[in-house]
Ligand binder design. Structure first.
Ligand code: SF4
Length: 99
């Protein structure tokens, strides 16, 4: 196999195609998600409600994320959020409706 063919093989590697499908949302979408989530957390707190879920709920959510194909290095590729943090808040929602 020539050196040129090696390069072509790498380009069409299925793993690269998978990585391409799991890109994070754009900066604008991530900023919108962060603003929405932050607003919901503050709004919930201002109403006197607790902002955090109990440990069992947090752990169950995190387990769901860890088994999810959209999780990449602790971040959800659907919303761009750091899931170890997001799973702890009462107002958080999975963008795929998994929890
Ligand atoms: S938030 Fe939902 S879509 Fe994102 S990684 Fe967790 S389970 Fe998957």
């Amino acid at each position: 196999m020539s050196e040129e063919n090696d390069i072509i093989d790498v380009t069409i590697c299925p793993q690269e195609e998978c990585a391409e499908e799991l890109k994070m949302p754009g900066m604008l979408d991530m900023a919108k998600n962060l603003m929405r989530d932050g607003k919901n957390i503050v709004s919930n707190a201002m109403q006197g409600n607790t902002t955090l879920v109990d440990d069992t709920t947090r752990d169950t959510r995190w387990s769901t994320c860890q088994a999810c194909p959209f999780l990449q290095k602790d971040r959800c590729t659907k919303c761009g959020c750091f899931m170890k943090v997001k799973v702890a808040f009462k107002t958080s929602q999975c963008p795929e409706g998994k929890w």
